[in-house]
Design a protein around this ligand. Structure first.
Ligand code: GLN
Length: 235
């Protein structure tokens, strides 16, 4: 029993994977971003107490959740059927599609996935962008296994793109737009996937799942979500 967090609540630790601007990134040594502000505002609406953040690789978040090192994932994580087999999601808090990034001023200007045929492609390990590469490019025979590079994070993928080591990166559209603003890369095209981001908890943590969904609704109601969106997306 934890006395400070109140009835039904307890202390929790959040996990994220920085390098995914503007949702989570490290600035001047500090973990900041949309997900950081949102989860903190959401937990403030509950009886739980958020005591800290673990910044891990995206691929390590689910294992860390299962073994109890963290209690909630806040990492622009898309609700998928496959993930629902191992985690429980809150209500969604953000909608996104996928995009394809190329180097700024590149000669290569793909307009659709088919144009990526025989190119060198990158994505971040364990993401829905990687699923697109596997299912729509490799399985379709557009590129070979060896033409795909799986990176630990998207910053490394963007660096290789800037250096011309790969031809394109597949990633969530809002993050593609942010890299376009900050790095020598540009969004070549966007394609609809209708993804919904949510917080993930362990399947036996139904109380926390419900509390987070209620917290999201409360933050929306108070217009705090609008304010956080304005802060990180400037709209
Ligand atoms: N939304 C994507 C996914 O869930 C990417 C998330 C991320 O890279 N942080 O796979």
């Amino acid at each position: 029993g934890n006395e400070t967090a109140g009835e039904g609540g307890r202390e929790i630790v959040a996990g994220t994977a920085s390098g995914f601007p503007p949702f989570e990134m490290v600035q001047e040594g500090e973990l900041v971003g949309f997900d950081i502000d949102l989860l903190e505002a959401v937990v403030d609406e509950t009886e739980y107490e958020l005591t800290g953040w673990e910044d891990l690789e995206f691929d390590s978040l689910q294992p860390a959740l299962q073994n109890g090192n963290i209690d909630v994932i806040a990492a622009a994580m898309t609700i998928t059927e496959e993930r629902q087999e191992s985690v429980a999601f809150s209500d969604p808090y953000y909608s996104a599609d996928q995009s394809v990034l190329v180097a700024e001023d590149a000669e290569f200007q793909p307009e659709e996935l088919a144009d990526l045929e025989d190119r060198e492609i990158g994505a971040q390990s364990g993401t829905t962008g990687e699923t697109v590469v596997n299912e729509d490019l490799i399985d379709e025979g557009l590129i070979g296994d060896d033409q795909y590079t799986s990176f630990d994070n998207y910053v490394l993928a963007v660096e290789d793109l800037e250096r011309g080591l790969i031809d394109a990166v597949v990633l969530d559209e809002p993050v593609g737009e942010t890299f376009q603003a900050d790095r020598a890369v540009e969004v070549a095209f966007v394609f609809e996937t209708g993804e919904e981001y949510a917080f993930a908890v362990r399947q036996d943590d139904g109380d926390l799942q419900t509390a987070l969904s209620d917290g999201i609704a409360a933050v929306e109601e108070a217009s705090d979500l609008e304010e956080i969106t304005r802060e990180w997306f400037g709209e």
